[in-house]
Design a protein around this ligand. Sequence first.
Ligand code: C2O
Ligand code: CU
Length: 589
Amino acid sequence: MNRVLACVLVTLGCLASGAFGQVVNYTLTAAPGTVTVAPGVTIPALLFNGQLPGPTIDVTQGQTLRVRFVNQLSAASSLHFHGINMVNGMDGVPGVTRPAIAPGQEFIYEFVVPESGTFWYHPHVEEQMTSGLYGMVRSYPSNPAADPPYDVDVPVILHDDTTQAGGFIGGMMGGTAPGLAGHFMNGATSAGQVPISVTSGQRVRFRFLNAAVRSHYVIALDGHSMDVTHTDGHRITTLTKQAIPIGAGERYDAIVTMNNTGTWSLAASGLFNRTTTVVRGVVSYVGSVASTPAASFVPTNLATGTLLAYSQLSGFGTTTAISASPTHTYPAVLAFNSGMGGMSFTINGQAWPAVTPINVALNDTIQLDFVNGPSPMAGSFVHPMHIHGHAWRLMGTAGGTANPPTKDTLIIYPVGLSGSSASVQFTADNPGEWMFHCHDSEHMMMGMMTTFAYTADFDADGLPDDVDWDAKSSLPALTISESSSAFAVGGVGAVKVQAAPGTLVNLYCGIPVAIPYLAPGLGTLYIDGAYPVIYGGTSIAQAGLDANFPYYVPPNAGLAGIRFALQAISWPMGTMGPFVSTWHPMTIY
Ligand code: C2O
Ligand code: CU
């Protein structure tokens, strides 16, 4: 059987890796660590590559982003790229788009980035989101003229400390670090800010990201107006504003022309309390002798400057119009419930995981009518609602039906305020099962999540889209245990290869190849034929839609540290085969 793979390898070895197109590689290692957030204030956190925030990922629209995610946490984890409408199997939602990645293991997320804009990444494990695992993705347009002109590009990432909410930072050390404020900008408190240096006349593009788990902010720059150009990565008709509300998960890009020499506060307040600065950065003109504004200083722009409102947004450039006759209109009633069964946050009366997915068909136009409440305390909750794999068009704005703005995260305001209801439309153009949830991590943990599920079989591989780990590829997807014990010397686990019932599947194990071989129509080979290839058995896919390969790791300490590649070859019944599966790395410890 070994010869089969070797043979395929030899046959396809001549195909150059150039066929992959442009690939941008990053490695993100998630691990516990400590971070200094202000002079003399070092706190425990979970970090990507030891940094807070994680590294900013730069990519150009149309390129393939390949991120090697290494999980050095004590729990299973995943990476979700918020706002990037990639293939479903790479969306990083444990159990929905693929199993989670076991502690000590890794996974290679690889997908085409279809759009330009400001996006971000974080694990899709609620309690890990609170603890420092987040970073920005900047996707530059393939045609640079698609962006308004600017000179420099500055990420401004807000986050909150959830010590009070029982998050990791407090939970691990059992308390708050002395002097630790509750809010961060670019990984530091107000006291820990490194001034952003600018020059007169410079056009600075601020990329604002609210990566907080519970907090919604207003952000403003003292002494300057901001030309707001994008929301959630999507271009809008430029609006000149003094202050921007930004809910958890949202992004705004704003270009500021530096025309007022000095040293200025870039200040954030809570969404409903604009008279208190909770964290501030510093923007300082080269040569300015002005003193640094106090952390507590409240710029006029923050307190009373003109505030951006959703109703003022309109899409810029080619936008999809609002349909007068969407295929389906669904309510999205957001509620808090407390009763005999405990407390929960629900969408249409259901709390995750006891939800009925909302079924959609390819090319449907779906309208969602959000309503906050009813619930006993409905007035007190803000819900930043987010959809995966799609972006929605906001209705009832200055863009009207012809040029609606496009977003992926939308604040639904408390009952009694404008914005407590809203309607959006989106086109069902990305098969799979996609999360639709509130981005407040506590609301998520307490149930405010559901999914949109495509139920056809887009790639005709015999697996319905909503359960297919790879809904747009007919190649079988290989997954492995989520538990760390499955990778220990002497441990047991299972490899599963998704395939239609009756498909014959052979599993192989070997050394990962340096440059994968692309085999058009068959898949990509990741096992290096130059080394011994271990035949891992044959299994026939069952009604559960996978071929199961239970394994045990031989009790041989000499195996520790070896990194294998696992890959399978399948022969679906009644089709031309073979097909090569996706691969999974496995490191024995
Ligand atoms: Cu920021 Cu479900 O994601
Ligand atoms: Cu919520």
